[in-house]
Design a protein around this ligand. Structure first.
Ligand SMILES: *Cc1c(COP(=O)(O)O)cnc(C)c1O
Length: 495
């Protein structure tokens, strides 16, 4: 299986090369040149396996130069090692009333779904360095809307031949998220706040990647850059697995009969998670509608409904900060898959860069709408959903998952489609205690960790251990830079 770039379909790379590089030099994203197929027999066979072996098999379909045994070794270490995931399986499916299954992806060390990929990526990347004969040091840059940064550092801490530097929007993450990053341990990690929002941080990181002068300076020090954001294929790939796994679990529990289509609803920001769902569907997983759920930063809702992507709009800081994003990087991969044309993708991306906006052709819009539906949800409705589901079903949603819950309900109400629904739950409610407490009608006593304890007391649900243990951890990183100073932060990290 070879990999191409969304902006240069003539490129041919191996999967290992795509993972090592992260982003293509002309600014495009790597993706496999074709999508492997999943048969009903495959599904049946996978159903009998534990999560880590399901994940390894799915990844092996995309990575020819890795043996199944190698991948099984990585996924066993990532998902089964003691103290990593606090549930019986890494990605459990919980059934709620009304034909709703919730895929809980936050049982990992940082309590958000990013762990699903970022616990495996270090193994994939380290092995890819070996396979490609790369002996320079990798500096991994990550822009984070709150969850990627922590999960990436937790995955890469003290991994040989790597350093990792994380940029987060200074006022754009929750208290718990900030504390998680500022107290990160490890000799090879760095954290830096950026005076701006997530889009500023992500654009800054992308600029560093395409900066030829910087690349040369780094080369002089035997260092090159790679990415832990979902622009790296190594982030998207492990995520495809949990959709397939969830379907197996739903079939086993009788929530769906094997072969019957389900709807999948994904709270979306950078479009990485829902892109993985699209891949699973294209592999042949019985999925009908893919529901893209957004908060008030509803640029994707509008795009899927009208075909116009327009980032020239007000930016909202919402109660679901990990989705406060106006430039969804992974949409570029979808555009390539829908158009099959690097030229067309380049035109759209050039227009986005110049004017902040592009409009896709009628043909693309039609294809898009045959696969995706979109709903958005403001903060009030988000909190309403949390309160209602807690009162009626005794189940505690985090703010991001609540956005998805609202979208799933709206979709059902407006389309009348009653097929089984899989709602992707992306974070533990304890990461966003203050908002969740408000939703339950409580007055959050204080900020951060006090809220965590208050929520645990009120709901009688214990807070995830890694979050509870943040109390008393020394703060290591307090630096903040202007958008224009990110390169200096990189050089300082290497000094
Ligand atoms: C990152 C994140 C999202 C958005 O996922 P994308 O892959 O960027 O669309 C949603 N919820 C939470 C909790 C996240 O951390």
């Amino acid at each position: 299986m070879r990999y191409v770039s969304t902006r240069d379909a003539g490129l041919r790379l191996s999967g290992a090369e795509a993972i090592v590089r992260g982003l293509s030099r002309e600014g495009g994203l790597f993706l496999p040149e074709r999508i492997p197929q999943l048969s009903r027999e495959d599904l049946q066979r996978l159903s009998a396996l534990p999560y880590d072996r399901r994940a390894a098999w799915v990844m092996s379909q995309y990575l020819e130069e890795f043996s199944l045994e190698e991948l099984e070794d990585y996924t066993r270490k990532a998902y089964c090692a003691a103290g990593k995931f606090d549930a019986v399986t890494a990605a459990p499916v919980v059934k709620l009333p009304g034909d709703l299954s919730v895929l809980e992806l936050w049982h990992g060390p940082t309590s958000a779904f990013k762990d699903m990929a970022l616990q495996v990526l270090p193994y994939l990347l380290t092995a890819s360095l070996k396979k490609t004969g790369e002996d320079k040091q990798v500096l991994i840059l990550a822009a984070t809307s709150g969850d990627t940064g922590k999960a990436a550092m937790e995955g890469f801490r003290d991994v040989p031949q790597t350093k990792i530097l994380v940029f987060y929007p200074e006022n754009g993450v929750s208290e718990v998220q900030k504390l998680q990053m500022q107290t990160q341990e490890g000799k090879n990690v760095g954290v830096c706040a950026v005076k701006g929002n997530f889009d500023d941080a992500q654009t800054g990181v992308k600029q560093l990647f395409s900066d030829a002068a910087l690349r040369e300076r780094l080369e002089g020090r035997s260092v090159f850059l790679s990415s832990a954001n979902s622009i790296n294929w190594g982030r998207v790939l492990p995520q495809i697995a949990y959709y397939i796994s969830a379907y197996c679990d739903m079939a086993a529990s009788g929530a769906v009969s094997l072969g019957e289509p389900i709807q999948v609803c994904v709270p979306t920001g950078n479009f990485g998670n829902i892109l993985a769902a699209y891949y699973a569907k294209e592999m042949g997983l019985p999925v009908g509608r893919l529901i893209c759920a957004s908060n008030s930063n509803n640029v994707l809702t509008e795009f899927i409904r009208t075909g116009v992507y327009d980032r020239n709009r007000r930016f909202f800081s919402t109660s679901s900060p990990s989705m406060d994003i106006l430039i969804s990087s992974n949409l570029e991969r979808l555009l390539f898959l829908l158009t099959g044309s690097d030229r067309e993708v380049r035109t759209y991306m050039e227009s986005l860069k110049q004017t902040g906006r592009y409009a896709v052709s009628e043909a693309v819009l039609k294809k898009l709408q045959s696969q995706f539906s979109a709903w958005d949800c403001d903060d009030k409705k988000t909190l309403d959903a949390i309160g209602r589901v807690w009162t009626e079903d005794g189940y505690l949603l985090d703010t991001h998952t609540a956005v998805g819950y609202h979208a799933a309900q709206e979709c059902r109400r407006q389309t009348g489609d009653r097929s089984p629904m899989l709602l992707v739950s992306t974070a533990s409610p304890f990461k966003f205690s203050d908002s969740v407490l408000k939703a339950l009608g409580a007055e959050p006593a204080a900020k951060g960790l006090d809220g965590l304890e208050q929520l645990a007391k009120m709901t009688k649900i214990p807070a995830p251990a890694p979050l509870a243990q943040l109390r008393g951890k020394p703060v290591r990183f307090t630096g903040a830079v202007e958008k224009t100073e990110m390169e200096a932060a990189v050089m300082e990290m290497l000094a």
